[in-house]
Design a protein around this ligand. Structure first.
Ligand SMILES: *Cc1c(COP(=O)(O)O)cnc(C)c1O
Length: 339
């Protein structure tokens, strides 16, 4: 029996069809801008999501970093959620490598950053202060698709203050699936967007940063500085193109399976399902039982994410089928017992 790995949607392995697409990809030297498959991916995503240009990069962390560095200069500041990836989970890269100061803002329960909090955080133009230049949002955030009217309000706030707006859309296609709209609609109104292919889309590597031509030119320079200039990356871009063709529509299956998983777990005693959004389920377990639960699940060949979040996270993805969901519920039931 294969291990059921619910820790993250990053754990997927490329399908045979994806590997075959990689094998056949035409390639060239991307530092020279000559990899036809990389160019095709960048152009296709830019056209689909409504931007002038795109830049293929190894990771979402690098994509966000280059985005922040293309928006902000040394001594500038970006407003960002205190629990956002671009603040908390990227090693402080914007500060370390960009000399850009983050201004973290507490999230509301729905993931939004209150407009009043954002207004209060914008610094006056005065040498005492960093220059507030950018608002960075994340959608989905902890699996939640941000309320759509809120996204508009946040963009309007940024415009009123002359700030750029960046979207960490690592799971933008999950957000689109949850809203039932196109990916382009989710990206609408942002100056830049970062999209990941190594999450629910199931590619081994790769993110694309999108923006205006001038913005992407600046980001390309920073990519080179960061050591991210790559050569025959078309083999990797081919996996991403394959994912766009074959792994977007099926995200709805991941969401349905997460809903089924949450439903199954709600029937158990001694634990609580805190939330289920898109492809993620969060459950609360008494702290003193966490290690025993982890050991029990491991023995049942089920892996969950225990550790850096206050709750246990379970994520559905390409390698989780209906049977995996039922087996996972059974493994939890074997530990907690049914109500
Ligand atoms: C995964 C993720 C990223 C990028 O992560 P990498 O591991 O660097 O590709 C960025 N933002 C969010 C919200 C993510 O979940």
């Amino acid at each position: 029996m294969a291990i059921i790995d619910l820790r993250s949607d990053t754990v997927t392995r490329p399908t045979r069809a994806m590997r075959e697409a990689m094998l056949d990809a035409p390639v060239g030297d991307d530092v020279y801008g000559e990899d036809p498959t990389v160019n095709a991916l960048q152009e296709r995503l830019a056209a689909d999501l409504g931007f002038q240009a795109g830049l293929f990069v190894p990771s979402g962390t690098q994509s966000n970093l280059l985005g922040l560095m293309a928006h902000c200069e040394r001594g500038d500041e970006y407003l960002v959620g205190a629990d956002a990836h671009t603040y908390k989970f990227e090693g402080g890269g914007a500060a370390v490598l960009g000399s850009i100061q983050p201004q973290p803002i507490a999230h509301q329960p729905d993931g939004s950053l209150a407009i009043t909090d954002l207004e209060a955080a914008v610094k006056p133009v005065d040498p005492h202060f960093a220059r507030t230049r950018l608002l960075a949002l994340e959608n989905t955030w902890h699996g939640r698709a941000l309320p759509r009217p809120y996204v508009r309000e946040a963009q309007d706030f940024a415009r009123r203050h002359g700030l750029g707006v960046h979207l960490d859309g690592a799971r933008l296609f999950n957000a689109a699936t949850a809203y039932g709209v196109t990916a382009r609609e989710v990206a609408d109104g942002f100056d830049s967007v970062s999209v990941c292919f190594s999450k629910g889309l199931g590619a081994p590597v790769g993110s694309v940063l999108l923006g205006s031509t001038a913005f992407i030119d600046r980001a390309r320079r920073w990519r080179k500085v960061a050591g991210g200039g790559w050569r025959q990356a078309g083999m990797l871009a081919a996996a991403c193109l394959h994912a766009l063709d074959h792994h977007v529509a099926r995200l709805a299956d991941d969401h349905a399976r997460a809903a089924r998983l949450a439903e199954g777990l709600r029937g158990l005693e001694g634990m609580t399902v805190d939330a289920q959004h898109t492809n993620m389920v969060f459950v609360r377990v008494p702290v003193e039982r966490l290690q025993a639960l982890d050991a029990h699940l491991r023995a049942a060949e089920v892996r969950v994410s225990i550790g850096y979040l206050p709750t246990v996270r379970l994520v559905t993805h390409l390698d989780i089928d209906d049977d995996s969901v039922e087996r996972s519920i059974a493994a939890f039931a074997g530990f907690f017992g049914r109500n």
